[in-house]
Design a protein around this ligand. Structure first.
Ligand SMILES: *Cc1c(COP(=O)(O)O)cnc(C)c1O
Length: 367
């Protein structure tokens, strides 16, 4: 069946990004594949990352980790958003490492007496996940029923080179490692860096880096770190859709809900078969599509299943033609970064919110 839209995922780009990131850090690499691999497909990207040299996989949810194991992933997997009350026995049975960020979770895991593999998550200044107020009490507990594999924390401002908070978090991480060492616990896998920290400098790589956005070929922050191209990253996702319809309209035609746009001259409009139900941000202003070597801007509001673009009066595009919504930008098409700017968002959100109605096709990009 021909699709009306598709996200083409180039697994060779994923492999290339893994090589670059491994060379940049010089330590083991955890491919972060949470949230359906940032919209790229959990199982496919998990297996491809393993094949391409990733040493670990990282996910938020236990069910994501179990899906990876069920589909044959063999390398270690860490799940870090596993709350008290979760099925810690299932985690152990599937050989999944879990992050522990509270005494409540630690107590449940210890009670199983399975020597479960845990990574202690510490809050070094982001004030989100990890031990903070419970830390001193945690250090007094009995660790004999678990295997402490790792200790980790997460940067809040890694994409801001020179930012003082990064140094504060690094020092705090080192001091919490020392707290653990003082009670005889020395986790072999210490990890702190996300994509931005990995690309930015080497001071915080420790034993493992956890890279998400860069794995997919996108920059953690175009303004402070440069775009994909300047970083040597290859965007893995190309989003394409069909022109459902092309129509010639006169000047003065109101377009879309609320008639927020009115054509200023005679032109040809294209109806693109994707909408906000597919993850096209309704607020997007100034993005559009690419066809026949040219960009065509969005005109009017994005609807649930469709949006309209102004192809221009000379366009020869036809109903049924494919257009590129975003790609790596090499041919002049919009990028995920352009869509992020147009939507007051970040590239992370643009790719992650591409909806489940859009099939992921594992194949090279097409032009
Ligand atoms: C999402 C996440 C990462 C990956 O972050 P990127 O900026 O995408 O590299 C790393 N560590 C944790 C704990 C995360 O939640």
């Amino acid at each position: 069946m021909e699709h009306r839209a598709e996200a083409r995922i180039d697994l060779a780009a994923i492999a290339s990004n893994i090589s670059l990131l491994k060379a940049a850090s010089g330590v083991d690499l955890m491919a972060v594949v949470k949230a359906d691999a940032y919209g790229h497909g959990l199982v496919e990207i998990g297996l491809a990352s393993e094949k391409s040299g990733a040493d670990w996989l990282g996910v938020a949810l236990l069910e994501e980790a179990i899906a990876l194991r069920t589909h044959g992933v063999r390398i270690p997997i860490l799940a870090w958003l596993v709350s008290p009350g979760s099925d810690f026995r299932a985690a152990h049975n599937h050989d999944i490492d879990v992050a522990v960020a509270s005494i409540a979770a630690f107590s449940e895991i210890s009670a199983l007496k399975t020597k479960a593999r845990i990574h202690i998550e510490v809050d070094t200044g982001m004030t989100r996940g990890g031990f903070l107020d419970e830390w001193d009490e945690f250090l007094t507990l009995d660790f004999s029923q678990v295997e402490v594999v790792g200790i980790f924390s997460h940067f809040a401002r890694a994409d801001e080179p020179g930012e003082k908070q990064n140094e504060v978090q690094l020092l705090r991480f080192q001091s919490m490692i020392a707290d653990l060492a003082a009670i005889g616990i020395n986790p072999p896998v210490k990890h702190l860096s996300n994509s931005a920290a990995t690309l930015r400098d080497h001071e915080a790589v420790f034993d493992l880096v956890r890279t998400g956005i860069a794995l997919y070929g996108l920059s953690p922050d175009v303004k402070t770190l440069g775009d994909s191209k300047s970083l040597g990253l290859k965007p893995a996702m190309q989003l394409r859709a069909k022109l459902h319809l092309v129509k010639k309209v006169p000047a003065g035609s109101p377009v879309g809900y609320g008639a927020t746009a009115i054509t200023s001259a005679q032109t040809r409009l294209g109806v693109v078969a994707m909408g906000y139900a597919d993850g096209i941000p309704r607020v997007a202003q100034g993005a559009g599509i690419f066809i026949d070597g040219k960009r065509a801007p969005i005109i009017g509001r994005v609807s649930m299943d469709q949006f309209v673009v102004d192809l221009g009066p000379e366009s020869t595009a036809d109903s049924g033609d494919w257009v590129i919504v975003f790609g790596d930008g090499a041919h002049g098409e919009f990028t995920a970064d352009d869509w992020a700017t147009a939507s007051l968002s970040i590239n992370y959100e643009i790719v992650t919110r591409i909806g489940p109605r859009v099939p992921r096709i594992y194949a090279p990009h097409v032009y």
